[in-house]
Design a protein around this ligand. Structure first.
Ligand SMILES: [Zn+2]
Length: 454
C-alpha cells in the first residue's frame, strides 16, 4: 500500500511537471526528491512491484524485456540510478560487504545500453557492470566507495516517450548499519549450493557416456574425462581487447572448438559453460570434481599495462609462493566472483589463502607435466611468453585436490598483434589442435624409452 502511495505521489509530480522543466521527468523527479522513499530496502522478502511482470529467476516468455538506458545521478544527499526498460520487471536489491557492493537482480533481460556513462568515481558508486548471471537471471552490480542504504525500488510507468523507469536511490550510511544489512538473501544462498549439488548429480549420471567412449578406443585417451572451463561469462567480461574482443567471448569460442576436437578423439568433454553465462569459481571446481575429471583446462586471455608484452602462458596451482606477476594474475582472475556479486562466505572463498595438502602435491605434479607437454605443442603454432611461460599462482579455479588442472592464458588482449591473431579462425583452429595433441600426448602410454627400457 505504501509503495502504491509513493507511486501515485510520483505520478502526480510527473503530471504537474511544467513543460519548461525540460522533457526529462527524472530531472524533475530529482527536484521533488523530498517525496521519494527513504526507507532502506528490506532484503528478507523480495517485494513484488508488479504482479503481472516477470520476477528474478524467470526467463520471460516471448521477447526479453530490453534495458534501454542506465543513468547515474550524483547529488549531495544521494546517488540515483535510473534504468529504462521496455517492459515492467520485478527487481530485487541487496548489499554485500567486503568489498561493498549493491546487487540488483532481475529476470533475464536484453541489455542494449551501448556505452553507458561512467560514474565520476568520487561519488558513492565507484564502478558498475551488468549482464547475464545465469539462465533467467540478469544482474547489475554497483561497486561502492562508501557504505550506503538502498531505497525501495520505484517503478515509473511510461510517459513522455520513455519506457518503464526503475529508480533506485543510495543514501549515505555508516559501516555498522551497512554491515548489519549486508549478506545474501537466504533463498538465493540456497540456490547457489543447490546449483553445485545439481552439477554433481548431472556428472554422476554421465558415467555410461564415459564407459561408451572408453570402449570406442579412438585414441590414447579415449574415455578420459576432460573439463573445459572457459573463464568469465555473463556480467563478468574479463579483459577487453585493444580491438574490442572480449576475453569471455574469445575463451568460449576457443573452448567450444577444443571440445569438438577432443570429442572427435574419443574424450568425454564437459564444459563448465557453453554459453554467455556467469559461473562462480567454486561451481567450476565442483563440476570438475563431480565429473571426476582426468584433466581440467581453464581458458583465459591476459592483459598487461605494457602493451608490448605478448605470448601464451600456462599456470598451475601454487601454495602462494609465486612471483609478483603471477600473484597479480591470480588476483585478477580470482576477482571473478566479486565482480559478479557471488556469496564469498563459507570455506570455499576464492580470495582466502589456498591451503594445499600432501595428496594434492601429486595432482599438482600431474598438472605441471601437462603444462610442459602443452607448451611444447603450442610453441610451433603461437607466440609464447618470452620469460618463464609456465608459472604457478594461487588460482581459485585450480584448487580441486584430485583433478589435475591448468589455466591457459592464450595471449595478451592488450597487445595489438596478439589480439588480432586471437580474433582469426586460423589461429583458433591451430591452437585448439595443439592443445588436443598435448592432451593425447599426456594420456599416451609411456614409451619404452620413457619407462627406462632400452
Ligand atoms: Zn581471465
Amino acid at each position: 500500500m505504501r509503495v502504491l502511495a509513493i507511486f501515485l505521489t510520483v505520478l502526480g509530480a510527473l503530471v504537474l511537471a511544467p513543460a519548461a522543466m525540460g522533457d526529462d521527468p527524472i530531472s524533475h523527479l530529482m527536484k521533488s526528491a523530498g517525496k521519494l522513499p527513504q526507507a532502506p530496502a528490506d532484503t528478507a522478502a523480495p517485494k513484488v512491484q508488479n504482479a503481472s511482470a516477470p520476477g528474478v529467476g524467470t526467463k520471460p516468455r516471448g521477447p526479453l524485456p530490453i534495458v534501454m538506458s542506465a543513468r547515474i545521478g550524483e547529488h549531495d544527499d544521494r546517488t540515483r540510478l535510473v534504468l529504462e526498460l521496455s517492459d515492467p520487471v520485478n527487481l530485487r536489491t541487496f548489499v554485500l560487504a567486503n568489498p561493498d557492493r549493491v546487487v540488483i537482480d532481475m529476470p533475464e533481460v536484453s541489455w542494449r545500453i551501448g556505452a553507458p556513462p561512467r560514474p565520476s568515481g568520487f561519488g558513492a558508486i565507484k564502478s558498475y557492470r551488468y549482464g547475464q548471471f545465469r539462465a533467467g537471471n540478469s544482474r547489475m552490480v554497483l561497486d561502492l566507495n562508501q557504505p550506503v542504504s538502498v531505497s525501495d525500488t520505484l517503478v515509473i510507468p511510461p510517459t513522455g516517450g520513455f519506457g518503464y523507469r526503475v529508480v533506485i536511490d543510495l543514501f549515505p550510511s555508516n559501516r555498522a548499519r551497512f554491515d548489519a544489512k549486508a549478506g545474501w538473501p537466504a533463498d538465493l544462498k540456497k540456490r547457489e549450493s543447490d546449483a553445485e549439488k545439481l552439477a554433481a548429480m548431472i556428472a554422476a549420471s554421465q558415467a555410461p557416456e564415459r564407459e561408451a567412449a572408453r570402449r570406442s578406443g579412438k585414441g590414447p585417451g579415449a574415455g578420459k574425462v576432460i573439463v573445459i572451463d572457459p573463464g568469465h561469462g555473463g556480467l563478468d567480461s574479463g579483459t577487453s581487447g585493444v580491438n574490442g574482443l572480449l576475453e569471455k567471448d574469445l575463451v568460449l569460442a576457443e573452448g567450444l572448438r577444443l571440445s569438438k576436437a577432443l570429442k572427435a578423439r574419443g574424450y568425454v568433454v564437459h564444459m563448465t559453460r557453453s554459453d554467455d553465462t556467469f559461473i562462480p569459481l567454486r561451481q567450476r571446481v565442483a563440476i570438475a570434481r563431480a565429473d571426476k575429471a582426468d584433466l581440467m583446462i581453464s581458458l583465459h586471455a591476459d592483459s598487461n599495462p605494457d602493451s608490448n608484452v605478448t605470448g601464451l602462458s600456462i599456470y598451475t596451482l601454487s601454495d602462494g609462493r609465486s612471483d609478483r606477476e603471477a600473484s597479480a594474475l591470480a588476483k585478477r582472475e580470482n576477482q571473478s566472483d566479486i565482480i559478479a556479486g557471488v556469496d564469498l562466505s563459507g570455506d570455499n572463498n576464492p580470495v582466502a589463502p589456498i591451503l594445499i595438502d600432501l595428496a594434492q602435491r601429486d595432482t599438482i605434479n600431474k598438472s605441471s607435466r601437462f603444462a610442459t607437454t602443452a607448451l611444447s605443442r603450442l610453441k610451433p603454432v603461437t607466440d609464447i611468453l618470452a620469460r618463464s611461460p609456465h608459472r604457478s599462482a594461487s588460482l581459485a579455479v585450480l584448487v580441486a585436490p584430485d583433478v589435475p588442472a591448468v589455466l591457459i592464458e592464450l595471449g595478451y588482449l592488450s597487445n595489438r598483434s596478439d589480439a588480432a591473431q586471437m580474433n582469426t579462425d586460423a589461429w583458433r583452429a591451430r591452437v585448439a589442435r595443439a592443445i588436443a595433441d598435448a592432451v593425447d600426448a599426456h594420456f599416451a602410454p609411456p614409451t619404452r624409452q620413457a619407462r627406462g627400457e632400452p
